[in-house]
Design a protein around this ligand. Structure first.
Ligand code: SF4
Length: 379
């Protein structure tokens, strides 16, 4: 298996099918302006710090380089591109002012790494690695996203966790600080290093993703970024792109799919209304029987019987006291899924145990279900 990168791992987690389409089938995602913009800023930040002597390039030099390296792909118009070009210059000017003043040569810039995690090869580039006066290492990853990072983003960022694993494996030096550098506002957002438990969890995650890929598990997983650039290959969206195929016109004709969908939604709405009405009428009959102390009421054609039905159950403590001494308790125990879910999320229970419990989850049975959602105008 080829080495995995953080980007691939993150994509597999988001949607395994999208991962397959992009990295195995080789489909190319569309150009996006925000990727071009972010990449240009990254290249310039690298240029600023990747110097051989302890003097960074001048501002003029940096901005010249920016103009030469500007990536124009993905912008919707020349105006939009020009607007972001100016914005990028502002960001880099501020970047230069901040880092020129206290410039220190980093330990590494755009550091390529290959590491082995339980037989899985992981590769990547770390934007910047600094040596702190404490002797420890600081890892910096530049981000060009719009929003600033919350503490939670920082603490859970898998990329930083994997980079810490890489640096500790490559240099055997302790990592003291992890930083996501928000380029748009020139704000470094930092936190301390990951704990051993967090690093172990990340290792398990990498191994789990590699296993999923090796076992060719590529289900489509709907997520907040859907539809992706490959929607015509996705079972959730493909039907919108398909041509009518005569061999498929059997039980659900391709020609009447739209009518069938509308009929399904309309019937569902009717059922909902009828259920509400039924509940109201049921309560009216019950009230009537209770007030009049009747157990049966009649129309010309039907009779409805009213009864209080008891649901019989056992007191668990009493049953246990009786069965346990006889060695029969295990025979009546059954799993309560909702309680198991609660246990797996309970932070007072040891993390390792919760991981093991979560790993026991598996598909017990499958049954077809339908969900209805109203489409927006654009869709
Ligand atoms: S549209 Fe959504 S679910 Fe379908 S492949 Fe793309 S990301 Fe996955």
């Amino acid at each position: 298996m080829r080495p995995l990168s953080y980007t691939q791992i993150a994509l597999y987690q988001t949607c395994p099918l999208q991962y397959r389409l992009q990295y195995i089938d080789g489909l190319k995602p569309k150009d996006k302006w925000y990727f071009s913009f972010g990449k240009t800023l990254h290249i310039c930040a690298e240029y600023f710090f990747k110097v051989k002597v302890p003097f960074p390039p001048s501002l003029e030099d940096l901005l010249d380089y920016y103009e030469k390296k500007w990536l124009a792909e993905g912008y919707s118009s020349a105006e939009e591109e020009a607007k972001y070009r100016v914005y990028g210059r502002d960001i880099l000017t501020r970047f230069w002012q901040i880092h020129h003043a206290d410039f220190r040569m980093p330990l590494a810039v755009e550091k390529l790494f290959y590491i082995d995690i339980e037989g899985v090869k992981l590769r990547g580039f770390i934007d910047r690695v600094d040596k702190l006066s404490s002797g420890g290492i600081a890892i910096v990853d530049y981000k060009s996203s719009r929003e600033l990072f919350t503490q939670d983003n920082l603490e859970k960022n898998l990329q930083l966790t994997l980079y810490q694993l890489a640096v500790e494996q490559m240099w055997s030096l302790p990592v003291d600080r992890l930083t996501l550098y928000h380029l748009r506002s020139n704000t470094p957002c930092s936190c301390g290093p990951r704990s051993k438990i967090q690093l172990d969890n990340a290792r398990r995650l990498v191994v789990g993703v590699a296993e999923g890929i090796a076992q060719q598990q590529f289900p489509a997983l709907e997520n907040q970024y859907c539809p992706c650039d490959f929607a015509e290959h996705c079972p959730y969206f493909r039907q919108q792109y398909e041509e009518v195929k005569p061999e498929l016109q059997h039980a659900l004709s391709e020609l009447n799919v739209a009518d069938t969908v509308e009929r399904y939604v309309s019937l569902q709405a009717q059922i909902k209304e009828l259920k509400l009405e039924l509940e109201e009428i049921k309560q009216t009959v019950i009230d009537f029987c209770q007030v009049r102390e009747l157990n049966r009421v009649f129309s010309r054609k039907h009779a409805i019987t009213y009864k209080l039905v008891e649901k019989i159950g056992f007191n668990p403590d009493e049953v246990r006291m009786l069965l346990e001494p006889e060695g029969l308790w295990d025979r009546v125990l059954s799993l309560d899924s909702s309680k198991l879910k609660q246990l797996a999320a309970d932070e007072t229970v040891a993390e390792e145990f919760r991981q093991k419990l979560t790993a026991l989850k598996q598909v017990i049975s499958t049954s077809p279900r339908l969900w209805v959602r109203r489409l927006t105008e654009e869709e």
